[in-house]
Ligand binder design. Structure first.
Ligand SMILES: Cc1ncc(COP(=O)(O)O)c(C=O)c1O
Length: 412
């Protein structure tokens, strides 16, 4: 990989594509992939990807630290996944019913995930979190659901971070607590009274633009106990962190198992799939809820998932990502200190967040990332980033070299 990204055209294809997109797509792009929210210079459109590298439509090549915002966990075009995809594609994908691989995948997840007695599949993380809540309500016959302030659980009215088009009724039964704040969960549980269906927790506090917080042992113990005392479901939203921290679930390290978990992102190395896993107590409710979609039983993403999870287990993917994440964290600390720049790194090392101290408007973060991008690494100034098993020491060192230029720029 060259040290500097090569711009092979004088006229930017990206600018041209954005102009065309704005004419036919509201705002040019919707949702979190809208690059107009990123610093100047970030591409919107990509031409191709391989391993942990991306090439934009102008031919610039980057070492990627976003991994498609999570799904790419083994690297783009991981041979073991692509072989399974090709094999299933040749047999059939969207048929009148699922292929046998659905049962293979369900068995694999039930085997890997300690709390899982069963699982169901969908396409997006939002399908999975929404189904967890619906199953919890069906099982308990209750309505109230507790969520942490600022936590992201998806893009439908009950949980969207935007209030556009959302009615008060859509959220009438949501109550909030602060992550890691036991007193605030206890207050919310009391407020819900006998109507508490579920407590929803994220793997860790991974709110946008903020220092990330791991769950404390006391907090995890207390939400588990509150769910047990009230008969509500403890739902773990492992959509973002699932299969990066621990293959059995992100709260395994705490010894706390949820009743229901939502999974997606890394489950199939970029193929569209999500899953709900649950305990036997919720099996009957999961049978009753009408959860489905035209593409939910597609066989190709399931074949990709079996291959991805089997490979993650074989190579101990989380340990690999942890090692590379630690190399990145240490390297960033060392280089920032050398330039006299004060940074604040947080979150698990496999899902790092890099912020700058007293950078309330993200100005330093933005100019750092823009400079790093010019030097061939794609980082994010506000969101947590993602490591993959395709990142090698040489890739991390290339990112650190780019970061060195970024810190020098910020120091000036
Ligand atoms: C923690 C969490 N839950 C749910 C979702 C929703 O997943 P999806 O975008 O696949 O619908 C996301 C997506 O970023 C997420 O990070």
């Amino acid at each position: 990989m060259p040290d500097m990204p090569q711009v092979s055209q004088t006229v930017s294809h990206d600018a041209d594509m954005r102009r065309r997109a704005r004419a036919v797509i509201p705002g040019g792009l919707w949702g979190h992939l809208d690059a107009s929210r990123l610093p100047e210079g970030y591409p919107q459109f990509f031409a191709r990807a391989d391993g942990c590298h991306l090439v934009d439509v102008d031919g610039r090549r980057f070492t990627d630290l976003m991994c498609s915002w999570g799904p790419i966990v083994l690297g783009h075009h991981a041979p073991v996944v692509e072989a399974a995809v090709a094999e299933q594609m040749a047999l059939g994908d969207c048929m009148n019913g699922p292929a046998p691989v659905l049962v293979d995948l369900a068995e694999l997840l039930v085997d890997m995930v300690p709390h899982a007695d069963w699982c169901q599949f969908g396409k997006n993380g939002t399908d999975a979190t929404t189904n967890c809540v619906t199953v919890a309500r069906a099982a308990t016959g209750r309505r109230k659901v507790l969520v942490a302030t600022g936590a992201y659980h998806g893009a439908v009215p009950w949980c969207s971070p935007s209030v556009a088009g959302v009615t008060t009724e859509d959220r009438a039964h949501l109550l909030q607590f602060r992550f890691n704040d036991i007193a605030s969960v206890e207050r919310a549980v009391e407020q819900a009274g006998g109507d508490l269906a579920a407590i929803v927790v994220s793997a860790f506090k991974h709110d946008f633009g903020q220092r990330q917080e791991l769950p404390t042992q006391e907090f995890a113990n207390r939400v588990r106990a509150l769910a047990d005392e009230t008969g509500a479901a403890l739902i773990l939203d492992d959509v973002r962190a699932g299969f990066r921290l621990d293959l059995g679930g992100s709260w395994e390290v705490l010894g706390i198992q949820p009743d229901l978990s939502a999974w997606s992102k890394a489950i199939a190395n970029g193929y569209a799939l999500s899953a709900v896993t649950g305990r036997d107590r919720f099996r009957e409710a999961a049978t009753q809820v009408f959860a489905t979609g035209s593409f939910w039983c597609g066989a190709v993403p399931m074949a990709a998932a079996v291959a991805t999870l089997t490979e993650l287990r074989r190579i101990d993917g989380p340990a690999r990502m942890r090692a590379m994440g630690q190399r990145l964290r240490d390297g960033l600390d060392e280089r920032a200190a050398r330039h006299g720049v004060r940074i604040d790194q947080s979150g698990p090392v496999q899902m790092p967040t890099l912020l700058f101290v007293d950078d309330t408007d993200w100005q330093r973060g933005n100019s750092f990332c823009a400079e790093v991008l010019r030097h061939g690494a794609y980082m994010h100034p506000k969101h947590n980033m993602f490591l993959s098993c395709a990142h090698t020491e040489a890739d991390i060192d290339a990112v650190l070299k780019a970061a060195d230029a970024g810190f020098a720029h910020v120091a000036r």
